[in-house]
Design a protein around this ligand. Structure first.
Ligand code: NAD
Ligand code: WQD
Length: 344
């Protein structure tokens, strides 16, 4: 049996990938320090998996704890999700982002090398394309960072590419996610942002459920068909399947790769609002306000390379993304708290 260690395992993408890897026949050990997730995710995973998830509470910056987790469970590959991810916060606390996202990556890689494990999947992001010059965006497009968070993804890629160059035992999958949304169709796990959501889909979901009065649409004067920002939303289950394909690729073909994980299809903010209203049967009131600083007009993937190299492509459309996000939101209006089955 092949064991895969996930850092950031109880987070949004990690928890969905955990299930996908188990369903594909891998053993999984999760590591997280709950910096941005709830221990209740483990209870929900137990329900979905039909067994207790194997989990170590640890900070990826704790190299000794990471090395122990890798060796105790015989992990043969690591998927490194653990990072801080809020763009606005990263400009307020750049050093904290550099420490956690880059320090954590170096610490995890060191622990892997100490245990002779060299297969790594790195959570990169479409943010590494900065202000894209051409659409759709291919992996060969120019790279740049427009905020400290984006810089940690760009530099994370650069550090790992240099590591591979110096030591070819490393095989690394650089997965550039576009905009992950949606939730597990069971309604048991999903995205649970702390405080006011930064991202569109969780904000829309909280408006539909009545937690917030209206959405602010950041600008309707972009050079897009309806003037609002266009993004490549990808269902988190499709994203999870992309990780399974990448792990398999690393372990079986023993080759590194850099691929976009997106659908290749762009949708505007108004498209998302309408699709969410259809999925939920609830109105999503909105007001148009000024553009959000740093936003690009449009960003969507050329998704052909992942299909060619991994045999993977996204299968779920915007309606399924909204239906699953709504099921999660409406069944868990307060996110993971209070505990499942608890009174009140
Ligand atoms: P998330 O915040 O839900 O999950 C990240 C997890 O990492 C959390 O559970 C958090 O507690 C954990 N973590 C953070 N620092 C840690 C540390 N030092 N030690 C141990 N655990 C730690 O975020 P997500 O949306 O699941 O994102 C996962 C990865 O994908 C991140 O690297 C993120 O930058 C990247 N990514 C996310 C998106 C997105 O829009 N969600 C897009 C592109 C890339
Ligand atoms: C989508 C669209 C907004 C909120 C961010 C990060 C990126 C990546 C994914 C990790 C845009 C509009 C949003 C709102 C709105 N993360 N919007 N009202 O900005 O594409 O990407 O998350 O790597 O790095 O930058 O996603 O969901 O914030 O915005 O009108 O309240 O929705 O202007 O057009 P974004 P988003």
């Amino acid at each position: 049996m092949t064991t895969v260690l996930l850092t950031g395992a109880t987070g949004y993408i990690g928890s969905h990938t955990w299930i996908a890897l188990k369903q594909a026949g891998y053993d999984v050990v999760g590591v997280d320090n709950f910096a941005n997730s709830s221990p209740q995710v483990l209870d929900r995973l137990a329900l979905l998996l039909g067994e207790a998830p194997v989990f170590e509470e640890a900070d990826v910056n704790d190299g000794a704890a990471m090395a122990r987790a890798i060796s105790a469970h015989g992990a043969q590959a690591v998927v490194h999700f653990a990072a801080h991810k809020a763009v606005g916060e990263s400009a307020e606390k750049p050093l904290e982002y550099f420490r956690n996202n880059l320090g954590g990556l170096v610490s995890a890689a060191q622990a892997m090398a100490d245990q002779d494990v060299f297969s790594l999947v790195f959570s990169s992001s479409a943010t590494v394309y900065g202000q894209p010059e051409t659409l759709p965006i291919a992996e060969t497009a120019a790279l740049s960072a427009t905020n400290p968070y984006g810089l940690t993804k760009l530099m994370g890629e650069q550090l790992l590419r240099e590591l591979e160059r110096c030591d070819p035992r490393w095989k690394i999958a650089y997965l550039r996610y576009f905009n992950p949304v949606g939730a597990h169709p069971s309604g048991l796990i999903g995205e649970d942002p702390r405080g006011i959501p930064n991202n569109l889909m969780p904000y829309v979901a909280q408006v539909a459920v009545g937690k917030r009065p209206f959405l602010q649409v950041y600008g309707n004067d972009y050079g897009t068909p309806d003037g609002t920002g266009v993004r490549d939303y990808i269902h988190v289950l499709d994203l999870a399947a992309g990780h399974v394909a990448a792990v398999r690729h690393l372990l079986e073909r023993k080759q590194s790769l850099t691929v976009n994980l997106g659908t290749g299809q762009g949708y505007s903010v108004l498209d998302v609002i309408r699709a969410f209203e259809r999925a939920s049967g609830r109105p999503v009131p909105y007001k148009t306000v000024a553009r959000r600083p740093g936003d690009v007009a449009a960003c969507y993937a050329d998704a052909t390379l992942a299909r060619e190299l991994l045999g993977w492509q996204a299968e779920r459309g915007l309606d399924a993304m909204c239906e699953d996000a709504w099921r999660w939101q409406s069944r868990n209006p307060q996110g993971y708290a209070p505990a499942l089955g608890a009174a009140g």
